[in-house]
Design a protein around this ligand. Sequence first.
Ligand SMILES: Cc1ncc(COP(=O)(O)O)c(C=O)c1O
Length: 426
Amino acid sequence: MAAPADTTDTRFSLPQSALPTAWFNVAPHLASPLDPPLHPGTREPVGPDDLAPLFAQELIGQEMSADPWIDIPGEVLDVLRLWRPTPLVRARRLEAALGTTARIYFKDESVSPAGSHKPNSAVPQAFYNAKEGITRLTTETGAGQWGTALSFAAAQYDLECAVYMVRKSFEQKPYRKVIMETWGGTVVPSPIDDPGHPGSLGAAISDAVRDAVGRDDTHYALGSVLNHVLLHQTVIGLEAQQQLASAGETRPDVVIAPCGGGSNLGGVALPFLPDPSVRLLAAEPASCPTLTQGRYEYDFGDTAGFTPLMNMYTLGHDFVPPGIHAGGLRYHGDSPIISKLVHEGRMEAVAHRQRAVFEANVLFARVEGKLPAPEAGHGIASVIQEAHDATAKNEERVILFNYCGHGLLDLAAYQEYLAGDLVDEP
Ligand SMILES: Cc1ncc(COP(=O)(O)O)c(C=O)c1O
């Protein structure tokens, strides 16, 4: 493997002209086609007409597309250019702190308006809906990142945006609501009909879908799980490929990302799938261990059973995860694409407990300066394990991970950790 050209560079930026102009569709690269989603009533495969009350036609087309590349519309690129391409950073100070033989790189998605990777899909979803004459979007949000991203994206195309926020996060992070409202979104805690309930992503999806199906002017937008969401996120991995080359790397040996519904993981990892020498690794919470302990079977995407059934790893659609701080990872199911790759052994998965995640985050913040989202810490905890493993084997392992979001609105969680009050969930 080529060694990096320079010994001190830490930041590999791309000119804006290098922003990818097409998304990478993984469908033609899978070993076999994905199992179809099934209608919740008939249990027959769903067709485009079944999805039309919820999604824009272009998004339904992308969900089912077998085209290897899908052009990114100019109106979407115009908005993505506000923060893309994002930097690739060589985490030299983390490497030094770990004393590792590995070379560690991260893609910094925290520089987006919402502070995470989520606007990469929020922008095209809002664009296609506005183009079709839809004037209002509904959605769920766990960590608050997706609701923030969609509120921002909706504002770019003059759409209203109604966000159902998992009650536990709504209470943990009051300032997320303020950001969403600043962009014109409205935010209510979910489940709306059970004020004593901490909520879950599955329940918030039910609230948002119920709202959307009742109105002709409204569609629903999902922040993860679905094929078109992972597709939109592939700008992350496509940029990283160019940036690793400019850093003098032939390829990463392992690509790591936290996994809630699979969108940032898919975004960074899927463009590397065709190269069998690149390992792909999902990091999830031990308290919501979908990929490591779930069953691979058809299940609903939401709690109430409104959504199509998808073949995926699931803990059961009525599973209510403990109220850990990584709200974006509290999802019972997972992307069918990610699930299939794990099921077939092409992708690995590991689970981390909450305290270990914050330990990794605090180390990262102290040496690299950036304060990670609790979700991001799951990836960082895996990076540290990989780096130690490489060192033990005296390997020059090239590790790429997705720094999927900052934690500047998660300070209550840090406060708890620093005070010694953060407990490992049962
Ligand atoms: C910062 C951050 N990372 C990761 C996730 C998990 O989602 P996904 O698996 O779709 O990337 C979320 C979800 O809200 C998030 O906010």
